[in-house]
Design a protein around this ligand. Structure first.
Ligand SMILES: *Cc1c(COP(=O)(O)O)cnc(C)c1O
Length: 396
C-alpha cells in the first residue's frame, strides 16, 4: 500500500495548483523539433524552442550521431573516471576549449548538471556568492548545494554589485567570493554587463562565473557572450549547454587547465554519473566544428530575429529591450497574456506565455524564439497572426 501521507500531500497540492491555473499541462510534440512542429495533429509555427541555429534536426549532425552509434554503440558504459571516457568525449572537450578560447574544457551531462558540479567543487560554507536575482534556477540550486552564503544582487545593477562586493570583502567573513551571472537573460534577452562585472571582480578579487547557456551560438560570432566582450582570459568559469544553439544535449565548463583538472577530481556529477552517449558527443562536436567554420547559421539567426522584432514593433507591440534574437512581446496582465498565447496557438503560432512569478507581476509576455531555420514566409505568417490576434484582443 502506498503512503497515506504522500497520497494526501499529492491530492491536496495538485488540486490547489489546478484551481489556481498554475498546473502546467505539457504538450506532446508529434514531429521533430524544427521551425514547424505538429501538436494535436496540427502544424504550428514554432517560436518556443531554444534550437537557435536549427541544429537539432541538421542532417550533418544526424549523420555524425548515426556514424557514432555504428562505431561506438549507444552508451558510454561507465562513469568517466572508471572507464567511460571515450575518445569522443576527449575530442568534444578539445573542440570546446578551442571554440571558447580557453586552455581546457570539461563536459557534463547537461547545463543544469554543470551548475550542480562546478560551483560546489570550488565554493563552500566559508565562502560567499554574489548572484544576480534573475539567474537561472540551476545556478540558484548550484549555489545552494555549495552551502556558501548567497548574496542576491539586483538585476544587472552594477552599483549594487560593487557595494555588496565591497561589503563582503571588507567584512573579512569569507575566504573566497564569487560573482555569478547568466551571460544572456532568457526572459528579456538582455546581455550581462560583463565588462563592468569583470572590473568589479578584479577590484575585489572575485571569482567570475558566467553561465552562457543562451549566449553560445548567438553572440560573439557564435562563441558566446564572453568572446563578444573579448574577456576569455578574464572569466574564470565559462559554462555552456550543448542543448540550446548546439542542438544536442550536454553541458560544459571551459577555463584554465588547473580548474578543469580540479573539476575532474572534485565535481560529483562527473565522478558519479555516466557521460553523454557517443551519439551526443559526436553530434555536439560536429555542431561546434560547423560554428567554427562558418557564421552562416549565426547570421541567419540574427537576420530572422531582427525581422521578427521589426514586424512586431511596426504593428505596435511592446517588444521590450532585448539585445539578442529572443523577442518578448509584453502584454501585461497575466490572464490576457495567457489568453493571447492560446489564441496564437489556435491560429497556428506556438509561442508560450511567461507570467508572474517567472517575471514580475504585470509584465506577462509571450516569448518568441526565432531560429536560423525559420523562413521569411514562416515569419510573415507569424506576424500576420500576431496582427489578427492583437487587434481582436485590443492589445494593438
Ligand atoms: C537552459 C539553461 C541551463 C540548463 O541547460 P540544460 O543543458 O538544458 O540542462 C542552465 N543554465 C542556463 C542559464 C540556462 O538557460
Amino acid at each position: 500500500m502506498s503512503s497515506q501521507t504522500l497520497n494526501q500531500f499529492l491530492t491536496d497540492n495538485l488540486a490547489a495548483l489546478r484551481e489556481q491555473g498554475l498546473y502546467n499541462d505539457i504538450d506532446t510534440v508529434e514531429s521533430p523539433n524544427g521551425p514547424i512542429i505538429k501538436i494535436n495533429g496540427k502544424e504550428q509555427i514554432n517560436l518556443s524552442s531554444n534550437n537557435y541555429l536549427g541544429l537539432a534536426t541538421d542532417e550533418r549532425l544526424k549523420k555524425a550521431a548515426l556514424d557514432a552509434v555504428s562505431e561506438w554503440g549507444v552508451g558510454a558504459g561507465a562513469v568517466r573516471t572508471i572507464n567511460g571516457t571515450l575518445d569522443l568525449h576527449i575530442k568534444l572537450e578539445e573542440k570546446l576549449a578551442e571554440f571558447k578560447g580557453t586552455e581546457a574544457a570539461i563536459s557534463y551531462q547537461s547545463g543544469f548538471n554543470c551548475n550542480m558540479a562546478a560551483i560546489s567543487a570550488v565554493m563552500d560554507k566559508n565562502d560567499a556568492i554574489l548572484s544576480d536575482e534573475l539567474n537561472h534556477a540551476s545556478i540558484i540550486d548550484g549555489c545552494r548545494l555549495s552551502k556558501a552564503k548567497i548574496i542576491r544582487v539586483n538585476h544587472s545593477d552594477m552599483d549594487d554589485l560593487r557595494q555588496k562586493a565591497k561589503e563582503a570583502r571588507e567584512s573579512g567573513q569569507y575566504n573566497k567570493i564569487m560573482v555569478i551571472t547568466d551571460g544572456v537573460f532568457s526572459m528579456d534577452g538582455d546581455i550581462a554587463k560583463l565588462p563592468e562585472i569583470i572590473e568589479i571582480a578584479e577590484e575585489f578579487d572575485l571569482i567570475s562565473y558566467v553561465d552562457d547557456a543562451h549566449g553560445s551560438g548567438v553572440l560573439g560570432k557564435g562563441a558566446g557572450t564572453v568572446k563578444h566582450f573579448g574577456l576569455q582570459d578574464k572569466v574564470d568559469f565559462q559554462i555552456g549547454t550543448l542543448s540550446k544553439a548546439i542542438g544536442v544535449v550536454g553541458g560544459y565548463v571551459a577555463g584554465k587547465k588547473d580548474l578543469i583538472d580540479w573539476l575532474k577530481v572534485r565535481s560529483r556529477p562527473f565522478l558519479f554519473s555516466t557521460a553523454v552517449t557517443p551519439a551526443d558527443a559526436a553530434a555536439a562536436t560536429k555542431a561546434i566544428e560547423l560554428l567554427m567554420e562558418s557564421t552562416e547559421l549565426h547570421d541567419r539567426l540574427w537576420e530572422n530575429g531582427n525581422y521578427l522584432k521589426k514586424g512586431l514593433k511596426a504593428l505596435g507591440f511592446n517588444i521590450g529591450d532585448s539585445e539578442t534574437p529572443i523577442t518578448p512581446c509584453i502584454i501585461g496582465d497575466e490572464k490576457t497574456t495567457q489568453d493571447f498565447s492560446k489564441r496564437l496557438y489556435e491560429e497556428g503560432v506556438y509561442a508560450k506565455s511567461i507570467v508572474f512569478p517567472t517575471v514580475p507581476k504585470g509584465t506577462g509576455r509571450v516569448r518568441n524564439m526565432p531560429t536560423a531555420a525559420h523562413t521569411k514566409d514562416m515569419l510573415d505568417e507569424a506576424i500576420a497572426i500576431y496582427e489578427k490576434v492583437g487587434k481582436e484582443m485590443g492589445v494593438i
